[in-house]
Design a protein around this ligand. Structure first.
Ligand code: COA
Length: 159
């Protein structure tokens, strides 16, 4: 039984992410959902806001789930929380090259930590946080992709 870390930018957390969280929390003894600064992505929500939205989104989900933020390398964070697995979600073939590169690099940095891929629920295959932000900015419907909590946070942020 292992501790796993599911890391991402989660700007914002979507039903696709929550699907991966729910399923991986059934497989691993303890799941740590972790988010980080991601300066290159220039997030809509601050790190503290993303942690808060994640915490409120996973509250009540079955399994031992914690939400944390980290800075620096993901594998260093994983070591500090005694995690032996990094969880990633795979949507379509397009994700594979990026995910494969990241998994190989993480393995080079920390050979004792495995990457485990969860194939996405087909309902969320086309969902991404940037598309959600784009739909929200154009006033489009969000209810199929994010929780009401996240929907309201995006709408109020975009004014
Ligand atoms: N359902 C819906 N959307 C999903 C998804 C799923 N199952 N899985 C991924 N996505 C989307 C995300 O919404 C995101 O969309 P966006 O690009 O439009 O914002 C995109 O796919 C990928 O994002 P995410 O899974 O959050 O990964 P990331 O690339 O933003 O974050 C980190 C990757 C944070 C894990 C990585 O940058 C990291 O490890 N950083 C720490 C520094 C480090 O260790 N670097 C070396 C890495 S080898």
């Amino acid at each position: 039984m292992a501790t796993a870390v599911y890391a991402g930018t989660f700007d914002p957390v979507t039903f696709g992410h929550l699907d991966i969280i729910g399923r991986s929390a059934q497989v691993f003894e303890r799941l740590i959902v972790a988010t980080t600064h991601s300066h290159s992505k220039n997030p809509l929500f601050s790190l503290e806001e993303r942690v808060d939205l994640l915490r409120r989104s996973v509250a009540g989900m079955p399994g031992e789930i914690e939400v944390r933020s980290f800075s620096g390398l993901l594998v260093d964070f994983a070591r500090t929380v005694d995690a032996s697995v990094l969880v990633r979600g795979l949507r379509a073939a397009g994700d594979f090259d990026y995910e494969f590169q990241m998994a190989m690099m993480n393995r080079a940095l920390a050979p004792e930590i495995e990457t485990s891929f969860f194939v996405t629920n087909p309902r969320y295959m086309f969902v991404s946080s940037s598309l959600i932000r784009e739909i929200a900015a154009a006033g489009g419907p969000l209810d199929e992709f994010v929780t009401p909590l996240v929907r309201d946070a995006i709408i109020s942020r975009l004014g």
